[in-house]
Design a protein around this ligand. Structure first.
Ligand code: FEO
Length: 418
């Protein structure tokens, strides 16, 4: 836990804008899946215009009083004319029901995709809600300043949008460009080194939506930017454009055109599944237009393989059946793929077994669940494969490779990174 004292009033971040969010320094796990060594912040903002006050996002419900205290230090509730919700996940809308009670005159501005979520969240019908769905090109006037909306879906929910305060060159970016990092000094030029947290957050939250990140960057890059105000982590006022460039680098496909690629991963208790793996490797390698690689999972961690799998066209997983199940390294590899878009890739499974051999079917089901195509039925061999069975393995590899190379679309890959 940091020893710095957290300020309990609003923090000015530009002429018209205050940070009115909440610090959560003790959080160690976010949404059950993200580790948060430095806690997090729930950033919310207040914009004061000549013709009204806008609130941009709120905070997690448990931190509502902290949020209201900061809000009250710079505005009265009856001054609030509108509330912008860039994203409706509960860590940003937890305080919304109470805010609407305190400022019932406020009009909500949300994306079109957020409408059904808003109704589900507030459990109010349309007559009880004052909201306006907005998209790119829409704006709302606060007298001497204007909030402009940018439709940036799937960053990282369907509802997500960004809001731009042109007069201050300030982008309220929602979860985009955020990270879980709690530091009382708030601004990126003052807080501790948060680069690891920024990249970890991108890898787990934005990475599955790279195409949408690139679409959003095309919208946001032309904006003049003095400041990016995300919903988590430091406010980015020092060289904010660097963060757009970094997102573009992380989201851009690599640039060398190569053949299709097939990765074979296996683990073997007595060498039988390994023999199958190498026979499959031989069979697949006879097909031109396909680069085949083989990896023994007993040799290391699964994490480094995630990047390879993201770029590959197909994966084959080999596992023995032990106690009616596939073995842990195979499940570890599969569970690490939650951050990768696997749709349309080819998958297959194989393995040696002693009694019942359930593992292959289990892995095939999981591959289908992850949206891979499984065009060639899994291959199971009882105990030690014979020469004839190894020939079947070669045919299995060849069939899979031929299935993959029927469509010869080129793709991009950087061999130097492998
Ligand atoms: Fe920070 Fe997607 O909520």
């Amino acid at each position: 836990m940091t020893s710095l004292t957290f300020p309990d009033c609003a923090i000015p971040i530009s002429n018209r804008v205050h940070w009115i969010g909440a610090f959560d320094p003790l959080l160690r796990s976010f949404d059950l899946i993200l580790k948060t060594a430095n806690g997090t912040t729930y950033n919310a903002y207040l914009v004061r215009g000549q013709q009204g006050v806008a609130i941009i996002d709120t905070v997690k419900e448990e931190f509502a009083e902290e949020f209201f205290k900061r809000l009250e230090s710079v505005a009265n509730y009856d001054e609030i004319t509108l509330i912008v919700l860039n994203h409706l996940e509960p860590d940003h809308t937890g305080a919304l029901p109470e805010l609407l009670k305190r400022a019932p005159q406020a009009y909500l501005y949300i994306s079109h995709q957020a409408q059904s979520m808003l109704k589900g969240l507030l459990k109010l019908d349309e007559k009880q809600l004052q909201f306006k769905p907005v998209t790119t090109g829409d704006h709302v006037d606060l007298g001497d300043c204007t909030l402009e909306f940018f439709h940036t879906p799937y960053l990282h929910w369907p509802d997500t949008q960004c809001t731009y305060l042109r007069e201050e060159k300030l982008l309220f970016s929602g979860d985009v460009f955020g990270c879980h990092f709690c530091d009382a000094r708030l601004f990126n030029d003052l807080v501790g080194d948060f680069r690891f947290s920024f990249d970890y957050y991108y890898a787990h939250i934005m990475r599955p939506f790279k195409k949408y990140v690139l679409d959003a960057l095309t919208l946001l890059e032309p904006l003049a930017l003095d400041l990016i105000a995300p919903t988590h982590g430091p406010v980015l006022r020092d060289q904010p454009r660097r963060y757009l460039q970094h997102y573009r680098t992380l989201s851009t496909p690599r640039k060398e055109v190569v053949d299709k690629t097939l990765l074979i991963f296996y683990i073997s208790a007595y060498g039988n599944t390994a023999r199958m793996a190498h026979a499959i490797y031989q069979g697949a390698s006879t097909v031109t237009g396909l680069r085949v690689s083989i990896f023994d999972l007993q040799g290391g961690e699964v994490e480094p393989f995630v990047d390879l799998i993201e770029e590959a066209d197909g994966i084959v997983l080999g596992t023995p059946t032990i106690n009616g199940d596939a073995v842990k390294p195979i499940w570890d590899l599969l569970s690490s793929l939650a951050v990768v878009n696997l749709k349309g890739k080819v998958g297959a499974a194989f393995g040696s077994y002693g009694w019942t051999g359930e593992a292959v079917n289990m892995i095939e089901s999981r591959l289908r669940g992850l949206k891979l195509r499984v065009p060639v039925p899994g291959l199971r061999i009882k105990l030690i494969p014979t020469e004839e069975e190894l020939a079947t393995c070669q045919t299995f590899g060849q069939q899979l490779a031929e299935t993959m190379t029927q469509k010869q679309a080129v793709r991009e890959l950087d061999f130097s990174q492998i």
